[in-house]
Design a protein around this ligand. Structure first.
Ligand SMILES: [Zn+2]
Ligand SMILES: [Zn+2]
Length: 288
């Protein structure tokens, strides 16, 4: 299986000279199954360029894929109206969203294409866009098995664990927006964290929200994001092979991300951990 980053940024696109290496587009991850099936996670601004690439590669042949939405915040849906394959008749996409959202994914995606905010209505998309039931938080697709879990994020959000069928040792865990809150002292916090550690345990790759420094986090408690220190702690506890820092703060420059990575490496060695830590970079791929 191969995962490729098309958008790594959190909250708001941040193009410019200071984000060239790690990327300025908001969340979008492309997954290719062993037999080249297409699975997409989130439709931030990164999905625009993924769409252009899919359209060019298809040579006019139908494009089919499953699209999973962690949640419906802007930075995870704003690219969908610019996803070229959605405008091509014959293409087919199944859209999966959390059943726990206050307003359903379908309603939000339709509203972001209502005339007052966007010129083209959702129903004018020529591809078949089918909202798929996801009440069981699990899905066996063509060439992949997926499970989801509720995470801590305002309005609700999902984390995903995906692997080839029958190969749980080749798992990728994708948790783009989540507040780990290691200082949470309520019993509910402890059980939530334990369930999440179990969910991610032993994954080859854990892609996790690491938006803040420790100082930034103290000013943003309750906003639904994690510090890089909490992400490293979590990765060590879950005994994953590789932690990929994700949902980069829009103001975080490439050089500042390098510095953050160095602090992560130092932290892992101080704790005698075995986790490799890297930062998600637009255009880069990882294989399991
Ligand atoms: Zn986000
Ligand atoms: Zn969010």
């Amino acid at each position: 299986m191969r995962a490729r980053f098309w958008g790594t940024r959190g909250s708001c696109p941040a193009p410019g000279a200071h984000t060239l290496r790690f990327g300025g587009n908001t969340t979008c991850l492309e997954l290719r199954t062993d037999d080249d099936g297409l699975v997409i996670f989130d439709a931030g601004s990164g999905i625009r360029e993924l769409g252009l690439t899919l359209a060019a590669a298809s040579g006019g042949a139908p494009v089919r894929g499953d699209v999973f939405f962690s949640h419906a915040h802007w930075d995870h849906i704003q690219g969908l109206p610019f996803f070229t394959p959605a405008f091509q008749k014959g293409n087919q996409f199944r859209l999966f969203g959390s059943p726990a959202l206050e307003r359903s994914l379908e309603v939000v995606l339709r509203q972001q294409m209502s005339p007052v905010v966007f010129p083209v209505a959702f129903d004018q998309l020529s591809a078949r866009m089918e909202f798929a039931p996801f009440g069981s938080y699990a899905h066996d697709g063509n060439g992949y098995s997926l499970r989801a879990i509720n995470v801590r994020h305002p309005g609700g959000a999902l984390g995903f664990r995906v692997n080839p069928p029958g190969a749980p040792d080749r798992s990728i865990v994708f948790i783009p927006d989540n507040e780990l809150d290691r200082d949470g002292d309520r019993a509910e916090d402890a059980s939530t964290r334990d369930a999440l550690v179990d969910f991610a345990r032993g994954a080859r790759i854990l892609i996790h929200d690491a938006m803040y420094t420790g100082a930034e986090y103290m000013n943003h408690r309750g906003w639904g994001h994690s510090s890089y220190r909490d992400a490293v702690d979590f990765a060590i506890a879950a005994e994953v092979e590789t932690l990929v820092l994700f949902h980069h703060e829009p103001e975080r420059s490439d050089d500042a991300l390098d510095a953050m990575l160095a602090l992560c490496h130092q932290m892992v060695s101080e704790r005698n951990g075995h986790v490799r830590v890297i930062a998600a970079a637009e255009g880069e791929s990882l294989e399991v």
